[in-house]
Design a protein around this ligand. Sequence first.
Ligand code: NAD
Length: 715
Amino acid sequence: MNQAAAITRTLREEDIAVLTFNEPEKKANILSKRVLDELDSHLNELAEMPLAGLLIHSEKPGIFIAGADLREFAVSLDMPAEETAAMCRRGRQLFQRLSQLPFITVAAIDGVCVGGGTELALWCDRRLVSNSSHTEVGLPEVKLGIFPGWGGTVRASRILGLANAVEMITSGQSLSPDEAVKMGFAEDQIAAEHLLSAACQLIRAEQKTKQFERDRKAWDQPIQLGETELAFLGATASALIQSQTKGQYPAPLTALEVLLEGSALSADEAGELESQQLAQLWGTPVNRALINVFFLSDRNKKDSGVENPTDQAVSEVRSVGVVGAGIMGSGIAAACVKRKLPVSILDAQQDALIRGTRHVLEEVAYNKQTKKADAERLTEFAPLVNATTLDAEVATSDLVIEAVVENADVKRQVLSRLEAAMPAEALLATNTSTIPIGRLAEGLAHPERFCGIHFFNPVRKMPLVEVIRGEKTSDETVLRAVAFAKAIRKSPIVVNDSPGFLVNRLLFPYMNESLQLLTEGVPLKLIERMAKQFGMPMGPITLYDVVGLDTALYAGKVMWEAFPDRIEASPLLLALVKAGRLGQKTGAGFFAYPDSKKGKGQPDPELDKFLEAYRKDAPTPDQETITARLFLPMLLEATRLLEEGIVRDVRDVDLGLIYGIGFPPFQGGLLFWADRLGTEKILAMLKPLESLGPRFQPTPLLDRMAREGKKFYQE
Ligand code: NAD
């Protein structure tokens, strides 16, 4: 059966042709092989037509072109380098024909334009962007461990200038319409409804001046740059990239080299260099891992939170009540208000309510662009905030989230009081980080309308939300909670009830092991270094100081009570808390923070006294063993989570850790990393560690997988 066309050709005026991208039954326009073939046929026919110009645009709401088809990429990762280079060459030469047609070509961009979409636009002679807030232009390929491979490096450096191209390509960050014009990507930004007529005017103007023909000639040539300028750009950009990627993400640095070297070549030679170099990154472990992360996040966006959801729409959360105006409550309230949801916020303490409300208002008023409070934002958002001490005002919301102190009795009391005042169809949720949902649901008349909605601290920065399903939570409650989290731009993962849920359950074995190593005499610095070399954003011991040793002790208690065979109630941690060394917030924890409470920790000789008191005799492990000891307990715990059915899919484990604790994306996720090692290797790594106790003994799932030759990611 013939599929309906993704690109249609029409005439806007008698001599101006329009190619309209609108792939049927898809939310986005994607440059799959099939779509590229269609483009190829259109270009063949257009080349023979007596036209003044060609316009390219999209009729997909909010999207111009969302890039290449990553599913097609993912199955070709094993391709030999020569084939990869040839594939890039074909794509580039196809787009290049846009710049060789006997008339001017203009891309009229409204909506998201990224990756291959941006490269296609760059091969046009001119670009216009709409000034809509949904319009963005980007070359995010480095986030997949590659760089633009259809001539993007060649065209961007010639059209935007080399320095701008370096910034855009090596950072992978998108440009707003404003930035796109300032950087020279687009001629102008226009209201979406006037975009096509503006593009026609541009064609008419260029018909007279023929400037595009002179630009074509210039852009075929090397870029004229002095050697000093080039060396300066190379040195500054490479220093910035090194500091950001720490040598763990090779693509930005390779892209920089391609851009610099390609600038001294003709466009065709630079294109060939681009194809050859891209082939070197294709299929590397980092490329595969980052493509996996892309699919994890894509899957998460489409996941409703339950198996086989019915087509019936769930009722939307249109107002939110937050009880407890502390760190978390005020963060949650601000996240809702920023997405235009009215919020009533309550606290038992008047001063806490005032402090929390001020925090909400400060956060919503903050303008990221100007890095200052913005009176206009404040005027827009402030009416959505209702600070109150009356239950009745909170209880009328569609969803009420309690974020009071982590104490089961207090929480239970608050929850039943709220439930009694809430309408029958409203949702009730808790932000508890450790207390089982089942325990908190005990006194409720309608446990089916209750679940955990667990945000991470700081709410404004952390994308993850765990939606915790109690035994009695209904599907509808889960669906509504997931839809709510997505509406406030978070990434919800649904997990079943368990101590520590998903993220804390996996984090504690890792943090616990770091203290074990420390008490065995492994230098603190070395433990931190091995974690960071693995790719963690900070070492586990610094993490204790950031979280607060008291908080870690409190949450840890839940974990060691639940799993005493593998998590130790660390006497060292207890002693430090007793001594008032709570971490950054008190100026000392494992490290000292002499200058201010925040900032980088300094080694603290005072710590040695504590370490001496709890020092165990043990042989000194080598560096490889330290890494294994940190990450294998986390992995084994993940296999237990899978066996117990706490998570619905291995992918939830991987995304949860990436979004929740910054597990290194270049490893692809914990279980993706484990698949790369293979079960045999993992068992061999565990063997010498088994004497340390049950926390290093292979789990039944791991044994079974090894016997059956299985992987976590099965097709
Ligand atoms: P917090 O101490 O900053 O705030 C708690 C607030 O609740 C206080 O303002 C307090 O006055 C108020 N409160 C106490 N009892 C109340 C009652 N009966 N009625 C109304 N208000 C009451 O605490 P937090 O860090 O915001 O934590 C809140 C919840 O979120 C806890 O369950 C905690 O485990 C969870 N959590 C915390 C973090 C974190 O990193 N802080 C992360 C995830 C989840």
